[in-house]
Design a protein around this ligand. Structure first.
Ligand SMILES: [Zn+2]
Length: 149
């Protein structure tokens, strides 16, 4: 049986959970962000980064749910990061380069939300392989059969 990927309703629920975290944790409506991941068992984890006093210590919003997935020994199947812009709504931020690297442990099929070009508040789900078409590890044959799958 061919894996059809995550249920679209589960992906939508992941985006909703991310948005709801921002609304609940930061009710002032100002610029804030958060992330959410969908796990292989259907659980949705959310996270956000504090505004540290020293900006050089800040981390991506994705880091909290990525670490929690590892703690729970669960595979991430989808990841989304949102930033609330008071004037434009919740814009989708594709994973930064470091978070893309962090996601590679979940294989090339893990989905990441990127902004729809015509409307950055609309998520488009792309497999990680499309975000990393020249992933460095592929230079090592056999090093990661999971990535080549
Ligand atoms: Zn990041």
């Amino acid at each position: 049986m061919v894996d059809q990927g995550p249920d679209p309703a589960a992906l939508e629920a992941t985006v909703t959970a991310c948005r709801e975290l921002i609304e609940r944790r930061f009710p002032d409506g100002d610029h804030q962000g958060a992330a959410a991941v969908l796990l292989g068992d259907g659980t949705i984890l959310t996270g956000t980064s504090p505004d540290f006093v020293n900006p050089s210590t800040e981390v991506c919003h994705e880091l909290e749910p990525y670490c929690a997935a590892y703690r729970l020994d669960q595979r991430i199947v989808a990841s989304v990061c949102l930033h609330r812009d008071p004037d434009r709504g919740f814009v989708v931020l594709s994973p930064c380069g470091i978070c893309r690297e962090r996601l590679t442990r979940h294989g090339p099929d893990v989905l990441a939300a990127v902004a729809e070009p015509a409307d950055p508040t609309v998520p488009r789900w792309l497999p990680l392989r499309d975000l990393l078409p020249h992933y460095w590890l592929t230079a090592f044959p056999g090093a990661t059969e999971t990535w080549r799958a």
